[in-house]
Design a protein around this ligand. Structure first.
Ligand code: FES
Ligand code: FES
Length: 181
């Protein structure tokens, strides 16, 4: 069957079985930032924004999404111009293997659109179904709170890049007997 989706502003006509899961369909179409990390509905790695709501794409049949407007991680910032949420994750060293990060960023985008100035408790609740096996959750939480501040114009880092708020961990440290300035 044929289904129509608008993904990151691009209209797509997709050939798929009605019960193919949306995560697999998006990955087949090249949106490999949508991760599949569990048997379905547990890890949050497959989250995308569907009509602005963060949903696990693995748990949704493509026919349920027919006609929908979807944003994946590929549509949030770019390599050359990171979204402030992405920049905050980088600056706070909140990324290790990175597998969970697309889902976390997608969830954060929904959170900050609905709640621009969240409390730490609200941040923790928002990402409570985004599982990370690497960092723990403290650094992502700090990054999300800082991203909110940046997007509200209160952060140490301008939304157009600017100076990272977190100190460069390598600055001024000694490595192999040489000081890294
Ligand atoms: S792959 Fe979708 S929630 Fe884990
Ligand atoms: S950074 Fe590796 S799973 Fe989260």
């Amino acid at each position: 069957m044929q289904f129509s989706l608008t993904v990151n502003g691009e209209s797509l006509d997709i050939e798929a079985a009605p019960d193919d899961d949306l995560a697999s369909v998006l990955r087949r179409e090249g949106y490999t930032g949508v991760k599949c990390g569990c048997d379905g509905g547990i890890c949050g790695a497959s989250k995308v924004l569907i009509e602005g709501s963060a949903e696990m794409a693995c748990g949704k049949a493509v026919q349920e999404a027919d006609g929908a407007t979807i944003q994946t991680i590929e549509g949030i910032g770019s390599q050359d111009e990171l979204h402030p949420i992405q920049q905050a994750f980088v600056d706070h060293f909140a990324v290790q293997c990175g597998f969970c990060i697309p889902g976390m960023i997608v969830q954060t985008k929904e959170l900050l659109e609905e709640t621009p100035d969240p409390t730490e408790a609200e941040v923790r609740e928002a990402i409570d179904d985004n599982l990370c096996r690497c960092t723990g959750y403290q650094k992502p939480v700090e990054a999300i709170l800082d991203a909110a501040a940046r997007m509200n114009g209160d952060g140490a880092v301008a939304t157009d890049g600017g100076t990272p708020s977190a100190p460069n961990a390598c600055e001024g440290t000694e490595r192999n007997g040489e000081t890294n300035e």
